[in-house]
Write a protein that binds this ligand. Sequence first.
Ligand code: DON
Length: 572
Amino acid sequence: MLGRRIGSIGWFGAWCATAIVALALVGPRAARSQDLPAAEQAAIASAHPLATEAGHEIFGRGGNAFDAAVAVAAALAVVEPYSSGLGGGGFWLLHRARDGHEVMVDSREVAPSAATPDLFFDADGKPIPGATRRGGKSVAVPGVPAALVHIAERYGSLPLSVSLGPAVRYAREGFEVGSRYARIAKLRERFLQSLPVAARTFLDNDGAPRPGFVLRQPALAETMERVGARGRDGFYRGFVAQALVAAVNRAGGVWQPADLENYRVVERTPLRIDYRGATITTVALPSAGGIALAHSLQMLERFEFADARAPRNAHLVIEALRRAFQDRALHLGDDDFVAVPVERLTSRDYAARRAATIDPARATKSEELGNKRSMPPASGNTTHLSIIDRMGNRVAATLSINLLFGSGIVASGTGVLLNNEMDDFSLKADVPNAFRLRGGAANAVAPRKRPLSSMTPAFVEDEKGILIIGAPGGSRIVSQQLLAILDYVGSTTVDLARIVGAPRYHHQWWPDRVEIELDSFSPEWQSGLEAKGHRLRTVKRKWGNMQAVFKSKANGTVSIANDPRGGDVAWY
Ligand code: DON
């Protein structure tokens, strides 16, 4: 049944070693997971050890999981600036232990009020190359600062300024960049060099820094202090707001001060999915992830199913993803603006009808599914953090500025790197975005609308325990989460490291091909799928940077697992 109900540790050495070793492994990679004693019962999994430490520091000061989430997210903005930050947005699932209250805090970026599809087309009606990814038009109004304030005020137990403390310190005093930062900065070196403020902020003498370089971001420290002292107004009004509007418009954008003043987070009812005895709590629109997950799981429930990586089952998962992503493209968008038949898209009836079109022996060609709405007419770079505290409060948050280093626009004097999330809108049915996702009118640009997302933070609960899980990876977030949930539900024991490290495959309806991670699937596995008619493409880079926390119901222990791919560049 699916209803719409409302959701440590300085292991620096181990974390780095895991990431490096994993690069050389073939097949199911060995993520390192760590079990904590039952008495501990608070755990944080994030993409950077300093961010995890920031959360533990806040636990040490008496903060709860919500304060820790604020601290971790703010720290990630400093130490992983290419992934998320004050200039971005994201989705937070919260579970409050005291009364079981579960909520999705939607801090997705919104289009500015002057945004129209025309901005992205030339006089001949052709899309302007790169306009959704570079320059002022690519930037949507950020939501993360509003979320930090909202979560601290409504759910936290410490003042915001305290929870922001570790991040302010990292920004002001600096931190040593690691090999991941060095590699990503190298990959985006020319891009950053073309943007003087970004180059001054993130490069070392106009070049990608080497590991060990101390990166200081004093302007960002000041901005965070303003938010700590003045709340929303520290970012959405006054000096910072004026600097952001000026920087975006100088780069060709169409922002007005009111776009910032009017930004609000929205509390939404999370999507809840029951699958073979587990309850999954995840995101509602404007992320497509929850609906895609629900539809995929409900189709897969129609089949005998255990190991999601056995070739027969991989075929079924791929077929389910193909259909779920087709629905994403044809139906989904911000439902504050367009009518989306969520109830029907997530109904078991509909899943049964769609599952009946899956041939266990043969791949359906995506074009065979047609381009028409398949629904009956009656009736769419990033980081993740998972946290649980001693009281049982939980947070799963996936946060983004979209592509690596976002739009590259840093407003002078603020240290704030702005997103290029406008690329998550659909310009035209046949114009894919950076993740090669197609979309339709439901996800067209409109003033104050939120672009469709794939970010899918989730809680999974069954008799074994509670799993808090999420990942970056654009459209591939959905398949990562689906595989992890299938792995978790399909086993009577929980090997968290295995779930997070297991090899990944992905399908998204269009392009009609199965993407597989390099060196991860045997030739027999691949030829088994090819024999059914699937087209396979091996992707050179591993994808995702999954972060998971698990609390066992049997003995109360908590464990964490950081994706061994954290050492890789999780991007196309
Ligand atoms: O919201 C989305 O779906 C994308 N902006 C997420 C981007 C992403 O995950 C990039 N990651 N590697």
